[in-house]
Design a binder for this molecule. Structure first.
Ligand code: SIN
Length: 274
């Protein structure tokens, strides 16, 4: 299997893979190895059915619980159908781009947040609809020693009430409040990474909400270098695997959500962040 990096800091495309049919265990291992090395893996030109998609992703672990049950695929509830035409409407009456509010990692409201998120591009706007990624190991490494010292032992309390809408019926599936370190050590690579979902953060333990927001905004401003962002330009049939333990991502506000962008999203269960 050919693996070609897509940017200097993260992202790689893997070639010669058709996930609509069962592949040998070595293929899934090679994709997982590429994910551990490159953090974001792109497999283009996939034609798999939803059933085949679920089957392929199961090779990486157990599908995780997602949080918007009203938008789950009717036949395959492991898949969350993220259709931009159903996204939240802001106070100005405009449809928002889901996932575009801030750099984040997924589902920190869970006690064991997903290790992998996958996005399968089913329908795309004519232009835009990109997703941006940053390497969270690099974010940690780029911090000044004094910043690293300040955050070394900080724990973040997560909830969901600050974050968009979700149905009360889904509340029971959340591990609220969850508590995770702001700096986590990747269980497979042993590297330290900045780990945060600012919109799901209630506060940092021992700090006020305002102090917590200021600290996180400062850390992201200090560590994100725009030249180190990988911006994925989607093509229909792209499957993108994301190692949530090693990057932050954000959807770009570069299209009109009313035009229709449909992603089939799955998550794979992870471990308790340490
Ligand atoms: C997300 O934040 O999980 C969604 C990203 C995207 O749709 O590009």
């Amino acid at each position: 299997m050919k693996v070609i990096p897509l940017s200097p800091c993260l992202g790689a495309e893997v070639f010669e893979v058709d996930l609509s049919s069962t592949q040998s265990p070595q293929v899934y291992t090679a994709i997982n190895d590429a994910l551990l090395e490159h953090i974001v893996v792109v497999v283009r030109g996939q034609t798999m059915s939803s059933k085949e998609y679920v089957g392929a992703m199961r090779q990486f672990g157990a599908p995780g619980k997602q949080s918007h049950s009203e938008e789950f695929h009717p036949d395959h509830p492991e898949i969350w159908v993220i259709d931009s035409r159903n996204s939240e409407i802001n106070t100005a009456g405009e449809r928002m781009v889901f996932g575009s509010e801030c750099w984040h990692t997924d589902h920190t409201h869970l006690e064991r947040p997903p290790k992998i998120t996958s996005l399968f591009a089913v329908q795309l706007p004519e232009n835009g609809g990109d997703t941006e990624f940053v390497n969270a190991y690099r974010l940690y490494d780029r911090l000044a020693p004094s910043s690293r010292e300040t955050i070394a032992d900080l724990q973040v309390i997560y909830g969901a009430d600050r974050h968009l809408k979700f149905r009360e019926a889904d509340r029971d599936s959340f591990s609220i409040p969850s508590r995770h370190p702001l700096v986590r050590t990747h269980p497979e690579t042993g590297r330290r990474a900045l780990y945060i979902h600012p919109l799901k953060m209630v506060s940092i333990e021992g700090m006020t909400v305002a102090e917590s927001d200021d600290l996180i905004n400062g850390l992201l401003a200090e560590s994100i270098d725009s030249t180190e962002i990988y911006r994925h330009k989607w093509q229909p049939g792209d499957l993108v695997l994301i190692d949530n333990r090693a990057c932050l991502h954000k959807a770009a506000r570069d299209y009109d959500p009313r035009k229709g962008r449909v992603m089939h999203r799955m998550t794979i269960e992870g471990e308790r962040p340490m």
